[in-house]
Design a protein around this ligand. Structure first.
Ligand SMILES: Cc1cc2nc3c(=O)[nH]c(=O)nc-3n(C[C@H](O)[C@H](O)[C@H](O)COP(=O)(O)OP(=O)(O)OC[C@H]3O[C@@H](n4cnc5c(N)ncnc54)[C@H](O)[C@@H]3O)c2cc1C
Length: 223
């Protein structure tokens, strides 16, 4: 399934198609740089879109949550939509009509399935954990059988997806370029602060290297 992303009736961009990409590598770049996805699912006839963490293994996206998580359970065998958004900047134009945002985003459609096999569930939880803080799976205590039983894992194939992005400055109307209104871009990115030890942390435990390395870094900054 490597190569270009297929364009389907659901993933075909209608607006500003030039901002889209059919390159699977661009899809993976957005997914691998993100931290939060939004899962859209219809529950009892009503759509709900909820933010949650995720991880990717090859051509499958994994989401996890409580085994009582309504959206994950409802998604099993259903068509869902997952989005990931990276905000790269606020685009301030001379006219409010042209205000915009720089971004990279991915939209994935497909039939979700609850993962039942132990080995796939563990691999998925590893991917979700490492997506957030690489090195944490090897560092922290691994889940017990009871904890695994209390966890739902949802898989979504990365088969039907679109990628879109905007970069650069504002695009104003010709006559507005002569005004004295400031226009430009305010870059934005998610930056981790310094690590804050848990109030109950046993004295003397140092911040582990993989967390120390994350502190102060910017996540998935636009190149
Ligand atoms: C941070 C951010 C802020 C935005 N702000 C605005 C705004 O204020 N106003 C506005 O009109 N638009 C905004 N957009 C763009 C918006 O996501 C849509 O692309 C746009 O509104 C066109 O919508 P549509 O329903 O006509 O999409 P269509 O082009 O009809 O969508 C068809 C298909 O194209 C794909 N697609 C569409 N948009 C995206 C996307 N962003 N990423 C990946 N795939 C996509 C999906 O598969 C979708 O099913 C923003 C996007 C981001 C990420």
């Amino acid at each position: 399934m490597s190569g270009d992303l297929s364009s389907t009736t659901r993933t075909k961009l209608h607006r500003l198609r030039e901002r889209g990409s059919t390159d699977r590598a661009d899809l993976y770049a957005v997914l691998d740089a993100g931290l939060v996805c939004h899962l859209g699912v219809v529950i009892d006839g009503s759509p709900v879109v909820l933010p949650t963490g995720y991880g990717r293994i090859g051509e499958t996206l994994y989401l996890h949550g409580s085994s009582a998580n309504r959206s994950l359970l409802s998604a099993d065998g259903q068509q869902v939509c997952v989005t990931v958004t990276l905000l790269d900047g606020l685009v301030c134009a001379r006219a409010v009509f042209h205000h915009s945002m720089n971004y990279r985003s991915a939209v994935i459609f497909g039939q979700a399935r609850l993962v039942t096999a132990d080995d796939e569930r563990l691999a998925a939880l590893h991917a979700v954990t490492e997506q957030l803080a690489p090195g944490q799976w090897a560092y922290a205590r691994l889940p017990t059988r009871k904890e695994l039983a209390a966890t739902a894992v949802l898989a979504l194939p990365l088969a039907e997806a679109s990628v879109k992005g905007r970069s650069g400055g504002p695009k104003d109307d010709d006559e507005d370029y002569q005004t004295d209104i400031w226009a430009g871009v305010l870059p934005a990115a998610l930056t981790f602060g310094a690590a804050e030890p848990d109030a109950k942390l046993t004295e003397g435990i140092e911040v582990p290297e993989h967390i120390r390395r994350l502190a102060g870094t910017t996540r998935g900054a636009a190149r």
